[in-house]
Structure formats: C-alpha cells, structure tokens
Design a protein around this ligand. Structure first.
Ligand SMILES: NC(=O)c1ccc[n+]([C@@H]2O[C@H](COP(=O)([O-])OP(=O)(O)OC[C@H]3O[C@@H](n4cnc5c(N)ncnc54)[C@H](OP(=O)(O)O)[C@@H]3O)[C@@H](O)[C@H]2O)c1
Length: 341
C-alpha cells in the first residue's frame, strides 16, 4: 500500500524480534517502509541486535516497548501507522498453565492490539498472523481427505480442547476473536495462515520452530515426532505473503500460506536422501507421535494473486546453509548460482 504522496508509509510489526517478524521487518525495510516494531524489552541487546543490522534499519526502524498482557500497551506503537502486522503470540510448549502461558496472550493480546488499532485514525489495514493450525485440526469423520482443506475450514475447538493441544486452540480462538472484533468495529482485517515455517533464523537465539528443525537435522526426533502430517512454508514466502495481502487493495479474508504437505516420515526420508552427511533418521520411531489424519491444503486463493511457493528443498537448503556446522557437503548438491562464496 502506498502511503500519502506515493511513498511507502509507516507500519507496525508486533513482536518484531521473533523468527517470522524479523524476516517481515527485513522485507518491509527493503521495500521502503518505515517500520515501528514492538518488543517486550527494546534494551535487550541479545534479542534486538539483529534488527539494527538490517539494511535501512538506521534510517527507518523504530523499536518500542509493548506487552500483549498490558491493556493499552500498543496504543503508542500503532498510533499514526497505516498498517499493523500482528505477529506476536507465544509459540511455546505449555508447561503447567495453558491459560496464562499461551491462551490469554494469544486471545486477549490480539484484542488488546486491535483495540489500539481502532483508536488510530490513520489505520488502513491489519494483517494478523494466524496459522494452518487454525484450519487443519478436524475430527477424522468431519471432512473428506480427498478434498484439500481451504480457508473455509476452521479447526475444531472441541477437538483441540479434548486433545489438550493448546497452540492450535490459541490460534483458532484468537483468529475467531479478531474476526468478531473487526466485524463489530469496521476494521479492515486480513489473516495469513502459514503452515510450519522453515528458513534461516535472523534472531541469534533460535525459536522453538528453528530448534526443532535443527534438532531433526542433527538426528534428534523428539520435537518433530509430535507434528505428524504438516504443511511447510519458506520463511521468505511467509513474509512476502504478509506484504502482498497488505498491499493488494482487493485482498480480503483468510489466506493459507503453505507449500508441500508431508507426513513427517516422508519429510525425514526426503531429507535423509538429500543430505546424506547428516544423521537424519528415515523414519520416526518415537511413541509420542500424534496420529494426524491425511489432509492436503488448497492454496489457490493466494496463488491466484500470482504467488509462487518455494519447495521443501529450498527451505531446508537455506536452513542448512545458514547453520555452519550442518553445511558441510551442501556445496555438492546446491545449484551453481548458490555456490558463490
Ligand atoms: N513458526 C511457525 O512455524 C509458525 C507457523 C504458523 C504461524 N506462526 C505464527 O507466527 C507468529 C510468530 O511466530 P514465530 O515462529 O516467529 O515465533 P517466535 O519467534 O517465538 O515469536 C513470537 C513472538 O511473540 C512475542 N510474544 C510472546 N508473548 C508476548 C507477550 N506477552 N507480549 C509481547 N510479545 C509477546 C515474542 O516476543 P519476545 O521476543 O519478547 O519473546 C516473539 O516476538 C506467531 O503468531 C505464530 O503463531 C508461526
């Protein structure tokens, strides 16, 4: 979206130091936007240093303090912004308190951000990062596995509660709450529903998703065994998709953002065959594995806007290239243009 006078305007990214948000900030800065990022502690050098190293950060990045659990905390961050990308939400394994650790920050936090958006007369559009987890958790008898799930599908709240899978529950309830609020308050809301995000981490401290991927590549399967069947998306595609649906005037509703969907056994076998020098198992023996029914995802809504997804190989090549200790041997399989030192 062009701001006043044809220039890119100012946008806010919540949780700017996170895995996805950092890549989104990078892409927004490269596109010429002024970015106001929220972080819980802007003085925490370990968490924010990578953002200050981004091209354009010195001139067009501002970091402000905000916490999802403090009412009104986002008022200043959002004020004067034409767009708000709300990505902040806990991506954690719950230890003991689902409500406090994940559900309240996700649901109440989203409403807190949207209330700040409502007070801002400059606002044009909010892009909320939801998840394919808000689409794909459905009882086996409730859908036809031969028909790919699309944006009309919602994960079952009952099933998530019954299985005590708190992350999908947090995502489905927070997205539903956002749509209700936007409808009642005439906010222009668009949601992006990425599947499992794979790609290089800009933050120095790896988030849960990145740790699970790197662990798998090192032969540890505990984290991944839980995932069952999953869609995968390259982090750069997910960031670009957020900007595409923000800028396209006609964009509306939900957008699934996902490349290939694979059973975790298929994923492991493909990775083990490609990265032969890594100790990746070809199968998961872990008894913790959650059974997930076959499903596919229909991403034609996004693709009809000209969007093209990178494949699994690109995602994992880019992770491996970014983690020095894993990269030995990669030069022999990468295409020539990637072998430039
Ligand atoms: N990773 C995936 O595969 C994936 C897939 C689909 C959707 N998503 C969604 O993408 C978004 C970003 O996830 P990510 O993978 O990038 O995870 P991440 O790196 O852990 O980022 C989560 C962000 O949420 C912020 N946050 C958590 N609790 C907060 C609170 N109380 N107040 C303010 N900020 C808070 C964190 O801030 P701090 O930096 O201060 O901790 C962090 O910046 C989430 O909405 C997630 O559900 C992720």
């Amino acid at each position: 979206m062009e701001g006043k006078g044809g220039k890119k305007g100012t946008v806010c990214v919540t949780g700017a130091a996170g895995f996805l948000a950092s890549w989104l900030v990078k892409r927004l800065l490269l596109s010429g936007y002024h970015v106001r990022g929220t972080v819980r502690d802007p003085e925490d050098r370990d968490k924010v240093a990578h953002l200050w190293e981004l091209e354009g950060a010195g001139e067009r990045l501002q970091l402000v303090r905000a916490n999802l659990m403090e009412e009104g905390s986002f008022d200043d961050a959002v004020w004067g912004c034409e767009g708000v990308f709300h990505t902040a939400s806990p991506v954690v394994v719950v230890k003991s308190d689902p409500k406090g650790e994940i559900l309240d920050p996700a649901i109440k936090g989203t409403l807190n951000v949207l209330r700040s958006c409502k007070k801002n007369p400059s606002l044009r559009r909010v892009v909320l990062t939801s998840s394919s987890s808000a689409v794909r958790v459905r009882p086996r008898e409730d859908f036809d596995p031969s028909v790919p799930l699309n944006e009309t599908s919602w994960s079952s709240v009952d099933l998530c509660q019954r299985l005590q899978i708190w992350y999908p529950l947090a995502k489905v309830l927070s997205e539903k709450a956002a749509w209700k609020f936007a409808g009642e308050n005439q906010l222009d809301l668009v949601t992006v529903l990425p599947s499992f995000i794979v790609g290089p981490s800009l933050p120095r401290q790896p988030c849960k998703t990145v740790s699970d991927v790197v662990d798998l590549l090192k032969g540890k399967t505990d984290g991944f065994a839980w995932y069952g069947r999953m869609g995968y998306a390259h982090i750069d595609d997910v960031a670009s998709c957020h900007i595409l649906v923000y800028e396209a005037p006609a964009a509306s509703g939900r957008y699934l953002c996902s490349s290939t969907v694979l059973d975790n056994h298929e994923l492991a076998a493909r990775l083990a065959a490609r990265y032969t020098w890594l100790p990746i198992p070809r199968r998961f023996d872990n008894p913790l594995r959650v059974e997930s029914p076959f499903y596919d995802l229909d991403t034609s809504k996004l693709q009809s806007m000209g969007f093209k997804f990178r494949g699994i190989e690109d995602m994992f090549d880019d992770v491996i290239e970014s983690v020095e200790e894993l990269g030995r041997g990669l030069t022999s399989i990468l295409p020539r243009e990637k072998n430039v030192v």
